[in-house]
Design a protein around this ligand. Structure first.
Ligand code: G3P
Ligand code: MG
Length: 239
């Protein structure tokens, strides 16, 4: 299965409504998006710590309130065609995923571990208030602490650990966190590691896999979801 990365980051500005629409257009089932808190403690969809790269503004997401973030152009940096894109709140992203029938891999983006509990509690409140179905959601993070908070605060929602290295204690950790999935940097995966993860009963997701020529190999190794910036490019290798 194919998942869009940050929406569909090669085709539309990342973590925006346009990205979700692009993913839906290509009839994929999953998207990955990043969430973090803004100054008024509202979870918003944004990857970087600062707004500088992906908007026309400057400064830290955490230090800007929602009104300030909403005033920014989050599309022109990508292309003039997306000049009206705005930063989404998590609530808006959840509603859009429902509208477009997309399952969401929600990455809890931790830029400051001292605030992880606060961030996860606000995410939990938003998901509950929105009523987004748990079966259409996976919560994921690089932060073991964030995944632990998800386990405590939203035990009914599936959890994934994102890995940019292979932890020595991956299997013990997956038991402790009661993981549904492991989200591995595709460059770290070999057949043996894929086999170990699958044998442990875990779903195996890889990121950020933009190489159509590798799709068949990863599929044969048992990869369940390939997270990519360019869903149609990978889909074209399957036809
Ligand atoms: O969820 C996998 C991937 O999104 C992790 O990396 O930096 O794109 O959030 P990043
Ligand atoms: Mg991410």
């Amino acid at each position: 299965m194919i998942s869009g990365h940050r929406g569909a980051a090669a085709l539309a500005p990342e973590n925006t409504l346009a990205g979700l629409q692009e993913a839906a257009k290509h009839q994929i089932q999953w998207v990955e998006m990043d969430t973090q808190l803004c100054a008024d403690f509202i979870p918003v969809m944004f990857h970087d710590k600062k707004v500088n790269r992906c908007t026309n503004g400057r400064g830290y997401v955490r230090e800007l309130n929602l009104a300030e973030l909403k005033a920014l152009d989050a599309g022109s940096w990508f292309s003039a065609n997306f000049a009206n894109e705005r930063i989404l709140t998590l609530d808006e992203a959840l509603t859009a995923c429902r509208t477009y029938q997309l399952n969401l891999n929600l990455e809890i983006k931790v830029h400051d571990e001292s605030e992880t509990g606060l961030l996860v509690s606000k995410v939990a409140d938003t998901i509950a208030a929105n009523g987004f179905p748990a079966e259409s959601l996976i919560l994921s993070s690089f932060s073991v602490n964030a995944v632990t908070c998800c386990q405590k605060m939203m035990p009914h929602i599936r959890r994934g650990l994102i890995c940019d290295s292979v932890p020595d204690d991956l299997m013990a950790l997956s038991k402790q966190l009661e993981l549904f999935s492991v989200h591995m940097d595709y460059r770290l995966l070999d057949e043996t590691l894929a086999g170990r993860i699958k044998q442990a009963g875990l779903d195996l997701h890889i990121w950020t896999m933009n190489k159509p020529e590798l799709v068949t190999r990863f599929y044969q190794w048992g990869v369940d979801i390939m997270i990519t910036d360019n869903p149609p490019l990978l889909l074209s290798s399957l036809s």
